[in-house]
Design a protein around this ligand. Sequence first.
Ligand code: HAM
Length: 413
Amino acid sequence: MKLKAVRGTKDIFGDDAVKYDYIVETAKKIFTSYGYSRIITPIFEETSLFKRGIGEGTDIVEKEMYTFLDKGERSVTLRPEGTASIVRSYLEHKVYGKEDSTKYFYHGPMFRYERPQAGRYREFNQIGVEAIGGNSPILDAETISMGYKLLEALGLEELEVQINSVGGNASRVKYRQKLVDFLSDKKDVLCEDCKTRYYKNPLRVLDCKNQNCQDITKDAPNLVDSLSIEENEHYSEVKKYLEVFGVNYSENPRLVRGLDYYSNTVFEIVTNKLGAQGTVLAGGRYDGLLKTIGDKDIPAVGFAAGIERIMLLLGDNVKKETPKVYIAWLGDEVKEYAFKVAETLRKSYINSYIEFDEKSMRAHMKKADKLGINFAVIIGTEEMESGKVLLKNLAEREQESLGVEEVAEKLSK
Ligand code: HAM
């Protein structure tokens, strides 16, 4: 039997690995400019963290978690997302006692037992941010804007920023009743999932992808009409500052998100280029989560983006680097010298290609051409004796005799 990667998991290598790093490096630059610093938390946590944090009635907790007993009979879960872990860490280390506001970014694998399809995996990677300890609506707008700017900086096009406010607990309870009243005579024609949602988590009926459910909820009351005066003001300020930051957005009254911890602002950045898996980046405010997990009244907001989804949208313009220089050595007597030259060039971080076995000049040039390398350093006995090498521009067919340090300097430019 041939061994294969487990269904819903994949290997990332070659150009894809370069894309992965490009996304992370670009994000790091942008997030750092807004004052975020890196946090690394464990890949698995106590199961109760996610049950309490994400919510017992959510699809993630009910159906999608990789939960198992370890050898000490403790129930642990491979993290399905990053927010709950970061909040746990923040509370555990009492970071609130040391700073007024804390901004973390993270990236790494998450695990959800979902039905795999293009853009949806069982092990996938997220890059995300969590700003803990600020309740200003400007922070919400800044967070959305930063997410949008990241995707823009990566060259993604035709993205739509969708926002909504789900208010606080009291408003949601009020709204839930209105929605249940609206749906009560229609519940039998909802899809099977929504029939369950109607009783367990009726708000989720609003973002069901089933066309029939969408038609049914078209005239449903809007959540924003149930918001308190303060929640409304908060939402208006978020919209005002999105304009200040130059972010075009649309309001989507159906946007409710699949995790229970959200309050007030929620948002998603979507594309129509990925079929059903069109949400590239998503998040919102979660002012109640620190209370749920650690009994602290500390507000927070954040988002996460799916790295694989971004990779699918990046296309072919991010590629693996080809070596900058081909070191062609001619004759066994110069072999050691050639490898020393390679060491010197690599000390200056010049991507240098060198063969371990002897080859003819013709074979070297063929190989350099095949690898798409533009420069060759040619080394024969004459070069070795003079302590120099021949640097050849393969495209322009020009060559000059230079010291190795000079070559390093030239190719570094
Ligand atoms: P989420 O909406 O569950 O939010 O996931 C965020 C993003 O992760 C999605 O928009 C999508 O791009 C990607 N994603 C989710 N599931 C999969 C999958 N099975 N395969 C590939 N990509 C996937 C959260 O996880 C929240 N923790 C976001 C957040 C941070 N809210 C506040 N702070």
